[in-house]
Design a protein around this ligand. Structure first.
Ligand SMILES: *Cc1c(COP(=O)(O)O)cnc(C)c1O
Length: 404
C-alpha cells in the first residue's frame, strides 16, 4: 500500500501536504509511475520492437507529453489540437499517427503539411480528400486504413469500438475494395492496416480473435503492409483483485502473427501508460447522514472527473489518513453538481470520516482531466506532477475570471 504512518503518500509527499499546498480538487501525477509504466510496456514487448505511439486523448497535459517524448514514445492524435500539442512537446512527426472518423479538411492539410508518419483513414471519402490535397501539393501521402474486425472487446459497452455496429473503421469487403482502388495511386501510399477494438481490455482473447481476423484479411488482400497498427486498449486494475491483461500471452500471439507477416507493429496505448499514475485529491465539504446511508459530498464533481457519470466507471476512493473506526453504514461519494449522475462510488462501509477530510480518487491519470468541463461554472482543477520530494504545478487551476 501507499500508506506510511497511516498517511497516504504519492512518491515522497503525503496527499494531505499536497492538498494543503495546492488546494483541492487537484489532479496529481506520479513521475515514477509513468516512467515505470513506460519501461514495463517496452520490456513486455521488446522482442517485437514496436513503435509505441502514446494516445494523447488519454492525457494531453504538455508536461506529461514532454515525459512521453523523453522516454522516446511517439503519439497517436485525434485532432489538430492534439497534433499541435504533441509537436509542441517535441514529439517527432515521423512518430505520430493521426486517427479518427471525422478529420476536417483543415486538419488533414495541417497533418500532411507536418509530414507525420501516417494518417489512419476510416472512410473512402476521407481518402478522396487526402488524395486531392496530395495531388495539389504533388506529394505522396502515407495512410493507414482502419479495419473494423467485428470483434467483441469484452469491455464496457460504451468504450467498445471494434464491433460492426460501431462507427469506427471499415468492414472487410469495403477494406479490400478501397485497397484495390488506391494501392496504385500516385498520391497515396497505403503503408498500414490499423485496428483498435476498444479500451480497458483485460483479457487476451479479444486480441487473439482480432489477430486471427486481420491475418485472414491480409492473406486475402495479398498486400504487404509496412505497418500493422494494433491500437491500444490494454486495461489496468481499477479494483484490487480485478482481472489483469496477460501481456506475455498477447506478445506471443503477436509474435506468431509476425511469423506470417513481415510488418512493424504500432501500439497506441493511453490508459496503460498514465491511468494508474494519476490521483484526484479532494476534500469533503459535508457529510449528509440519512437513515440508509451517508452521502459524502466532495469538492470534486463530474465536471472534474466524468468517467463514473459517463460510463459507470468505478474508481477507488481512499482516505488521506487511516483510522481504525469502521462505520458500518452505506457511504455514497458524490459531487456538488445538480445532476443525479454526479456520484463517484457507493461502498457498504467506510472508516469514520469528517467534514474537511482529504480523500484520494485513484487511477484517474487517463480520461480524467481531458474529459473535464466547466459545467455549473466550475473552474477546472490544477494539475501537479510529483517527482520524489518535488511537486510542480503543470497546469494552473483555472481562474473563474477566465471562464466569464
Ligand atoms: C482511445 C484510443 C486509443 C487509446 O486507448 P487506451 O485504451 O487508452 O489504450 C488508441 N487508439 C485509438 C484509435 C483510440 O481511439
Amino acid at each position: 500500500m501507499k500508506y506510511k504512518n497511516k498517511q497516504f503518500f504519492i512518491e515522497n509527499l503525503s496527499a494531505e501536504k499536497i492538498a494543503k499546498k495546492f488546494g483541492t480538487p487537484a489532479y496529481v501525477y506520479s513521475y515514477e509511475k509513468i516512467r515505470n509504466n513506460i519501461l514495463n510496456f517496452k520490456k513486455n514487448f521488446n522482442t517485437i520492437n514496436p513503435l509505441i505511439c502514446f494516445s494523447v486523448k488519454s492525457n494531453s497535459n504538455l508536461k506529461i507529453l514532454n515525459l512521453i517524448n523523453k522516454f522516446n514514445l511517439g503519439a497517436d492524435v485525434v485532432s489538430k489540437g492534439e497534433l499541435t500539442i504533441a509537436l509542441k512537446a517535441k514529439i517527432k512527426p515521423d512518430k505520430i499517427v493521426f486517427s479518427g472518423v471525422g478529420k476536417t479538411l483543415d486538419e488533414l492539410k495541417f497533418a500532411i503539411n507536418k509530414k507525420i508518419l501516417l494518417i489512419n483513414t476510416e472512410s473512402e471519402n476521407e481518402i478522396v480528400e487526402i488524395e486531392k490535397i496530395a495531388r495539389k501539393n504533388n506529394r505522396k501521402v502515407n495512410i493507414g486504413i482502419r479495419f473494423n474486425p467485428d470483434t467483441d472487446a469484452k469491455t464496457l459497452k460504451n468504450i467498445s469500438t471494434g464491433k460492426k455496429e460501431n462507427k469506427f473503421g471499415l468492414t472487410k469487403n469495403k477494406f479490400l475494395e478501397i485497397l484495390d482502388k488506391y494501392k496504385h495511386s500516385k498520391f497515396i501510399n497505403i503503408i498500414c492496416l490499423s485496428v483498435h477494438i476498444g479500451s480497458q481490455i483485460t483479457n487476451h482473447v479479444p486480441y487473439k480473435n482480432m489477430l486471427l481476423i486481420i491475418n485472414k484479411l491480409i492473406e486475402k488482400s495479398k498486400y504487404n503492409f509496412e505497418y500493422i497498427d494494433l491500437g491500444g486498449g490494454m486495461g489496468i486494475q481499477y479494483e484490487k483483485n480485478s482481472n489483469k491483461l496477460n501481456y506475455i500471452k498477447y506478445k506471443n500471439l503477436i509474435k506468431s502473427f509476425l511469423k506470417k507477416n513481415n510488418s512493424k507493429i504500432i501500439f497506441e496505448p493511453g490508459r496503460s501508460i498514465v491511468g494508474d499514475a494519476g490521483y484526484l485529491i479532494s476534500k469533503i465539504i459535508y457529510i449528509k447522514s440519512t437513515n440508509s446511508k451517508n452521502f459524502v459530498i466532495l469538492d470534486s464533481a463530474m465536471n472534474d472527473l466524468l468517467r463514473p457519470a459517463l460510463y459507470g466507471a468505478k474508481h477507488r476512493i481512499l482516505p488521506a489518513k487511516l483510522n481504525k473506526k469502521k462505520i458500518l453504514k452505506k457511504h455514497e461519494f458524490v459531487g456538488p453538481i445538480c445532476e443525479t449522475t454526479d456520484k463517484f462510488l457507493k461502498v457498504p462501509k467506510y472508516q469514520k470520516l469528517n467534514q474537511g477530510d482529504t480523500v484520494i480518487i485513484c487511477d484517474v491519470g487517463a480520461y480524467g482531466m481531458v474529459l473535464s468541463s466547466n459545467y455549473n461554472m466550475r473552474p477546472k482543477p490544477a494539475e501537479i506532477l510529483v517527482n520524489k520530494d518535488l511537486a510542480k504545478v503543470i497546469k494552473k487551476r483555472q481562474k473563474l475570471s477566465s471562464i466569464i
